[in-house]
Design a binder for this molecule. Structure first.
Ligand code: ADP
Length: 391
């Protein structure tokens, strides 16, 4: 079967999926990942119905880093029967100021994507590693880069600039926004599951390890909570979200912290983890009786509701609110607490629907409808890849 491979490479995990191209559409065949890269690498993959194909610990001296993990995944994928690889689609965090849509990768594109490494130093180099490898090993297989930033690029210039002299904007210091593949998928999915609101004013809350929200008007991004980097906006697992830039200056001048130390603090030791001092994981915090855990959750809910208000203002009102990603899809408690803070906008939660994991969790007659829609960034990447293959 002809197939598209989707690759999402991070610093400690490598996720991959295979989609068969069947009857003009896409069918997920394999979902896999190697996680624990750098500590306890583990390979797990399953087929479309969830049956395990492999689930084993890997030798940490052989699978030491991302390149060796890619080689391991490649070996394993090589043994999957009946797959004829037509193209590879990659998640690439940053498309910089240039890329407003996915792009077929050649040497010039790769060079330009590498020039954005300073805009996303933790993500971009990892995203590009499997592209380089595949270019060397399978130069005839087309590769497509799909960006987290692209979906937000159509916003008006006065909404994606900072109040800095214009030269900084030209230099690329802009409010790019992220999680665009997730928002694009939800915008498409809304047209299928709730066509009456898909054209309206919708806030999508992507509440996962990374957290952001997007204001959609007629399925297009008009505002979002993240900015120049994926640090801005809402508190996340290990990132703080919105921070007065004066705090950074204070850390530099009064604490004598280096840029690297501040970067480590902001990317790895802040957010739910830093605030609670317990964990970056919402499941653990929700189960904990430690008051620091509930304090961190209180802060999370508070910031989510404030930013929802800001996005509702950007939309001039609100017709629907969508919860997605790990926390949004699975935590009825966090959903209920955020929904409670949206009542002034006209949202009325149906507690039973929320507790039982229904796709619509608002009461009949609620002025703002509340939805839970699982996101699928990989399917979005596969769709883009297939579309570019056909151009
Ligand atoms: P990523 O794909 O960026 O790693 P996810 O979208 O999987 O992130 O979200 C991870 C977050 O979702 C973690 O904070 C995790 O604790 C949370 N999560 C997953 N399941 C639940 C649950 N049942 N209750 C609360 N939080 C959950």
């Amino acid at each position: 079967m002809e197939a598209v491979l989707v690759v999402n490479a991070g610093s400690s995990s490598l996720k991959f999926q295979i989609f068969g191209i069947a009857g003009g559409g896409l069918q997920r065949q394999v979902r896999g990942k190697i996680d624990g890269i750098g500590t306890h690498p583990h390979l797990k993959a399953s087929n479309a119905d969830g049956t395990d194909l492999v689930d084993r610990a890997l030798d940490s001296s052989t699978v030491r880093d991302l390149p060796t993990a890619i080689a391991e995944a490649r070996n394993w994928l090589g043994g999957v029967d009946g797959i004829e690889l037509r193209a590879i689609g990659h998640r690439v965090v940053h498309g910089g100021p240039d890329y407003v849509r996915p792009v077929l990768i050649d040497a010039a594109v790769l060079e330009r994507l590498a020039s954005y490494q300073h805009l996303a130093p933790l993500h971009q180099p990892n995203n590009l590693a499997p592209i380089r490898l595949a270019m060397d090993i399978n130069p005839d297989v087309p590769q497509v880069a799909c960006f987290d930033t692209a979906f937000h690029r159509g916003r008006a210039e006065h909404t994606d600039c900072y109040a800095l002299p214009h030269a900084f904007y030209e230099d690329g210091i802009r409010r790019y926004g992220f999680h665009g593949l997730s928002y694009e998928y939800i915008a498409e999915r809304l047209r299928e599951v709730a066509p009456d609101i898909a054209g309206g004013r919708v806030i999508v809350a992507h509440l996962g390890s990374g957290v952001s929200m997007c204001a959609l008007k007629d399925g297009r991004s008009v505002e979002t909570t993240m900015g120049f980097t994926a640090l801005d906006g809402l508190p996340m697992g290990t990132r703080p979200g919105q921070l007065d830039p004066g705090v950074i200056l204070y850390l530099l001048t009064h604490h004598g912290m280096s840029a690297q130390e501040i970067s480590d603090l902001l990317y790895h030791d802040a957010g739910l983890k830093g605030l609670s001092g317990i964990s970056n994981d919402m499941r653990e915090l929700s189960a904990s009786e430690d008051p620091r855990a509930s304090f961190a959750i209180d802060h999370f809910v508070h910031r989510c509701s404030l930013h929802a208000g800001m996005l509702a203002a950007a939309l001039g009102g609100l017709d629907a609110f969508v919860f997605t990603a790990g926390i949004g899809e699975n935590s009825a408690t966090v959903r209920a607490r955020i929904a409670e803070r949206l009542d002034w906008l006209g949202a009325e939660l149906d507690a039973k629907a929320n507790d039982t994991g229904a796709p619509v969790v608002s009461r009949a007659g609620s002025r703002v409808s509340l939805h839970v829609i699982p996101t699928d960034e990989e399917l979005m990447i596969a769709r883009h890849t297939l579309a570019l293959l056909r151009v």
